[in-house]
Design a protein around this ligand. Structure first.
Ligand SMILES: C[S@@+](CC[C@H](N)C(=O)[O-])C[C@H]1O[C@@H](n2cnc3c(N)ncnc32)[C@H](O)[C@@H]1O
Length: 406
């Protein structure tokens, strides 16, 4: 009997593997029919064994691990909108300030109906952003990391990154499929105005520009700390940060390197933000801004270091080679180029932060950008004439590739 059951189990297991595709997508009826055809007499035992296999083997070992990867992607738009709505209500800051609140207290503070508040809270609790304490009237409080990442009170918060996805990326990314077919940033159609790149369009939308720059600053805050901490600027006298945005990078570098002067080289629409930040940091004597388009305007000839921080991934290989050659020409002997960014692994297998960049740059930013690997940057530097090329692995999937002009 035992052997017979084992035999039946192993045959069922083979059958289940053959029909795995059906059961994964929940087509239990197809599976039943298939089994009934094969073992017409095995019905009661069959259904027990089948249940045993499905519930205790197939589901936990095969289906659920796959679903854990698939579901956040499949329901991504819904989960993202829940997070984004909570950020717009500033719910995480509210919970940070008040500690723990009941459903009715939250509904009252958000000025929405308790039923709708529950819709939002149930998603946030299940996703793990918020925790729920069961009692007569359940209460809600932030996960301790939510306090860091999503409360206004935390210097590490990434609320503007959520706003960037919501207001700038979300609708354009709907056009990914078209962008793949045409090779153009088709998503730009969602942001009116003149110009072929997101950056040009943002200059015509001050509020979106502010959100974008704030998001860049939040993404860069912790990553760029490592640039200032681990990259050696002791030999640099005069630095130019091309596409330096709101100057947060050069501020961090200048604070750690009191001997160094630096300028950002960016579009006029960003200049004002950069100047305000430089003033707030009281660094006007060493930091300043240069208006310019890196493809059209000449580079200053008195700098001994050019920094490209979250910048070269915006452009095509040809454009990057152009910029690297232009940098080589502008530098004196002994000068250096520093490329600091999230970069792909040389084998092209991630990380996740890198592969999210490809679709964004293709569909929205420029239609040409790419998250290149460190190996690609190194080969372009070598081609341009740079020597003593170094690669420095830094936290948060960032790499600094550094080259010197002999
Ligand atoms: C992705 S942001 C990077 C900002 C900053 N480097 C950082 O790490 O946070 C790209 C920046 O490049 C600037 N930019 C875009 N096109 C440019 C161009 N042709 N010349 C100079 N700057 C440009 C944008 O205004 C924006 O500030």
């Amino acid at each position: 009997m035992k052997i017979a059951i084992q035999g039946a189990l192993s045959r069922i297991s083979e059958t289940l593997s053959e029909t795995l595709g059906h059961s994964v997508v929940g087509r239990q009826d197809a599976l039943d029919e298939f089994l009934r055809e094969r073992w017409p007499k095995l019905s009661p035992l069959k259904s027990r064994l089948q249940l045993l296999m499905v519930r205790n083997v197939l589901e936990p070992l095969v289906i659920q691990p796959y679903q854990r990867r698939m579901l956040p992607v499949l329901f991504g738009p819904i989960y993202f909108q829940a997070l984004s709505a909570a950020v717009r209500f500033d719910l995480f800051t509210l919970l940070d300030q008040r500690g723990e609140l009941t459903l009715s207290e939250i509904a009252e503070a958000l000025e929405i109906d308790p039923k709708e508040a529950r819709v939002l809270l149930d998603v946030l609790v299940t996703l793990g952003f918020i925790q729920k304490r069961p009692s007569e009237e359940a209460s809600y409080y932030n996960h301790w990391l939510t306090k860091w990442y999503l409360s206004e009170n935390s210097p590490l918060n990434i609320k503007a990154v959520v706003d960037w996805y919501h207001y700038i990326c979300y609708k354009p990314m709907y056009h990914f499929f078209e962008a793949l077919k045409t090779g153009q940033n088709e998503g730009l159609v969602e942001i009116d105005g003149e110009g072929d790149t997101l950056y040009q369009r943002l200059t015509q939308h001050p509020e979106l520009e502010r959100i974008f720059q704030k998001a860049m600053e939040q993404i860069s805050t912790s990553a760029n700390r490592s640039l200032a901490s681990y990259v050696d600027f002791s030999q640099v006298r005069s630095l130019v940060d091309v596409g330096g945005g709101n100057a947060s990078n050069i501020i961090a570098i200048a604070q750690r390197n009191p001997h160094l002067r630096a300028r950002i080289f960016d579009s006029p629409s960003v200049e004002k933000l950069a100047q305000e930040n430089i003033q707030k940091a009281h660094l006007q004597d060493r930091l300043s801004t240069l208006r310019g388009d890196c493809f059209k305007d000449p580079y200053p000839q008195d700098a001994d270091c050019f920094l490209y921080c979250h910048f070269l991934d915006i452009w095509s290989e040809e454009q990057n080679k152009f910029l690297i050659n232009k940098t080589y020409q502008a530098l004196p002997a002994g000068g250096q180029i520093i490329i600091f960014d999230i970069m792909q692994r040389d084998d092209g297998k991630g990380p996740l932060t890198a592969v999210a960049g490809h679709p964004y740059f293709l569909t929205l930013a420029t239609g040409q950008g790419f998250i290149y690997s460190a190996q690609e940057y190194e080969s372009w530097l070598t081609e341009a004439g740079f020597t003593q090329i170094q690669r420095l692995h830094l936290p948060q999937d960032h790499i600094a590739v550094i080259g010197h002009k002999a």
